[in-house]
Design a binder for this molecule. Structure first.
Ligand code: DX5
Ligand code: ZN
Length: 222
């Protein structure tokens, strides 16, 4: 099970210290949300910040591109030190090419599905990806409530993986706290992005430990 604190919930005045805090708290990955003010109604930060933070930790950098034109950004995020780049299934016809491009840059590739988007948008790409991200809020902002209706999509991701003998990770992102992480683990998730529920805790290590214990205990085993 992998826990990935989302930097979007960190103190924006001290990103470097916050990235190190996640590492000290025994995070597995650091999740970096890139928003372009077009695909989502918010702007976060760009490749230069990822490059600066790359020097701060040894964590695996999970870069989530909520961007309408990722094709113009992939190279700079790859160079900046992303370990994995996630693009969105909503980009339709472009997805196959984007997946190929990310792989050719030597990075792991993730595909995200927004709450209103059917899982069939991701289905043709399952054999090509390292991670399937089931969004559990509409992307754009941290601190939103978990959308329970997304849980069947996590179950679908699990069923497809099993039926087809694939190995992609199943990640959830948005409104993930102790309770919703547990529900997602039961449904089949193995990778948990959590922003506000971890970064707002003064004892992030304790919160991470508790979340890890819960998802391990409730992991789906069938
Ligand atoms: C949502 C982002 C998330 C966000 C999650 O647009 O993709 O990664 O940081 O934040 P919380 O855990 O606060 O919902
Ligand atoms: Zn994200």
């Amino acid at each position: 099970m992998i826990i990935a604190p989302s930097l979007l919930a960190a103190n924006f005045g001290k990103f470097a210290a916050e990235a190190r805090r996640a590492e000290r708290a025994s995070a597995d990955w650091l999740h970096l949300d890139i928003m372009d003010g077009n695909f989502v109604p918010n702007i976060s930060f760009g490749a230069d910040l990822v490059k600066t933070l790359r020097l701060q930790t040894r964590l695996f950098y999970d870069v989530h591109l909520m961007c309408s034109h990722p094709e113009i950004l992939l190279e700079s995020f790859a160079k900046a030190g992303a370990d994995q780049i996630i693009i969105h299934a909503e980009l339709g016809d472009q997805v196959s090419q984007l997946i190929w491009k990310i792989k050719s840059l030597g990075k792991k590739v993730g595909l995200a599905v927004n709450p209103p988007t059917a899982m069939t948008a991701a289905e043709p790409h399952l054999s090509q990806i390292d991670l399937l991200l089931v969004m559990t809020v509409n992307p754009g902002f941290g601190g939103q409530p978990f959308i329970t209706e997304c849980l069947p999509k996590v179950q679908q991701a699990w069923t497809w993986r099993k039926e087809r003998g694939l190995a992609y990770r199943i990640e959830v992102d948005g409104g993930i706290n102790f309770e919703t992480a547990t529900e997602c683990a039961r449904a089949g998730a193995d990778t948990f992005v959590s922003g506000s529920a971890l970064f707002t805790k003064p004892n992030m290590k304790g919160a991470l430990k508790k979340m890890r214990a819960l998802v391990e205990k409730h992991r789906r085993r069938d």
